[in-house]
Design a protein around this ligand. Structure first.
Ligand SMILES: *Cc1c(COP(=O)(O)O)cnc(C)c1O
Length: 233
């Protein structure tokens, strides 16, 4: 059963939190359901799982409009400004804001739809990889300030996809740097930027992420099994 996979991740998160002196209740597991059928999402939702992550705008929109289950959608993929319309109003969280242009589009769309405030995270390219989206750590505070000045979103924290690691331990330095960056910006007490969330860690390294301060881990493969991009239309 899928829910058993979820429970075993929950247990591993609990053990990681115990090692780090954290409360497991501080870590939300976002079940990353991209490419997986709605039936799997509904199976988990019926067993009590509340948070699901999707990468593709169209896929999330279709799933959200096809289910009557009350779930929290997290948009975790790269978001183009012209697709914001399909995300605002559906996603409870947008993890991948990496420009003021995008933040502005989100705030404007929220206003249009009468959405008071969208929870967003600023995506950081912590490994400095050329192929990755996200902004450099040095630009983070400036973007947090500018985005927080917009009326219809709330800057809740940071998100990152760390460079591919041979072993989970290799991710630790990036996770630690992200938590330091989050704390440093939080200490500036920027209005409308509580900076209380840190989205990091995936199937390969979520325990290390939980040890280093993640408040959201994004786990796909370990819950749903391997993805087959071949059958995605
Ligand atoms: C696909 C994806 C995940 C989940 O990855 P797994 O290794 O399958 O757990 C997490 N975050 C983002 C941004 C993703 O695109």
């Amino acid at each position: 059963m899928l829910i058993d996979n979820y429970y075993s991740i929950r247990e591993r998160v609990e053990a990681a939190c115990t090692r780090a002196g954290r409360e497991a209740s501080e870590v939300k597991i976002v079940a990353v359901s991209k490419t997986k059928p709605l039936s799997m999402i509904e199976e988990l939702a019926d067993a009590g799982v509340a948070d699901f992550g999707e990468n593709y705008v169209q896929e999330m929109a279709e799933k959200a409009s096809s289910t009557d289950r009350n779930v929290n959608w997290h948009f975790i993929g790269h978001l183009q400004t012209n697709k914001v319309k399909q995300v605002v109003g559906t996603a409870a969280w947008i993890h991948s804001v990496d420009s003021l242009h995008l933040a502005l589009a989100i705030s404007r769309e929220a206003e249009k739809r009468g959405v008071d405030s969208v929870n967003v995270l600023i995506e950081i390219n912590i490994g400095g990889e050329e192929t990755k989206s996200g902004i450099g750590p040095d630009e983070a505070e400036e973007l947090v300030r500018a985005a927080a000045a917009l009326p219809h979103l709330c800057v809740r924290g940071l998100m990152a996809i760390v460079p591919p690691a041979a072993v989970p331990e290799d991710s630790r330095k990036y996770f630690r740097a992200l938590e330091e960056l989050r704390v440093r910006i939080q200490a500036k007490n920027i209005e409308n930027a509580p900076m209380d969330q840190l989205s990091m860690g995936m199937t390969g390294d979520f325990e290390v992420a939980a040890e280093e301060g993640a408040t959201m881990i994004r786990v796909g493969t370990a819950i749903f099994g391997a993805r087959d991009y071949g059958i995605k239309s």
